[in-house]
Design a protein. Structure first.
Length: 170
């Protein structure tokens, strides 16, 4: 499995738009939970910066044509922040937003003093997914959640993204 490597220390002028978008497709591996390698699941634990670095690594170094950033509930705002940062750092990324819901079956202990089985309840969880890609499909272009690439952006290298220090909160 070969992947095209873009040098991290190359000048911005030496990278042409064509080289950024003409990467060989990479076969998707899955982790131990069956999640494809190009999917970033956002949680309340951890830092937004780590997700930004992971997304930039997948796009710039590992040669993926697209990544999917997903989160549910309170992490939806983090998903949006990660996508905005990546689109402002990497030139030519199309954005496709998708809102889904997942039905979960949870076990709750019964409130009565009887020793019986736990009560099963169904609940719905809202999941927000943002797909960032270089070459959207026709279906993506026609979807309601499509956003074209931002204009007038200078692409940052992976090293510049890694070394960026976020502003301190006061």
């Amino acid at each position: 499995m070969s992947s095209h490597h873009i040098p991290e220390d190359s000048d911005k002028e030496s990278k042409s738009k064509e080289s950024v978008h003409s990467r060989p497709r990479k076969k998707q591996k899955q982790d131990r939970h069956g999640i494809p390698e190009n999917v970033i699941r956002v949680s309340m634990k951890g830092w937004i910066k780590n997700c930004v670095i992971r997304g930039a690594t997948l796009l710039l170094k590992d040669g993926f044509e697209e990544i999917i950033i997903s989160g549910a509930g309170f992490t939806i705002s983090r998903v949006c922040a990660i996508a905005v940062i990546l689109r402002n750092k990497i030139e030519g990324l199309h954005q496709i937003n998708t809102i889904k819901h997942v039905e979960l079956e949870d076990k709750y202990p019964r409130r009565s003093h009887e020793k019986s089985d736990d009560e099963l309840r169904n609940r719905f969880l809202v999941v927000f997914e943002i797909k960032l890609c270089y070459k959207p499909s026709e279906e993506d272009l026609e979807s309601k959640g499509y956003q074209k690439p931002l204009e007038d952006i200078e692409s940052a290298t992976l090293e510049e993204i890694r070394s960026h220090k976020p502003a301190r909160r006061r």
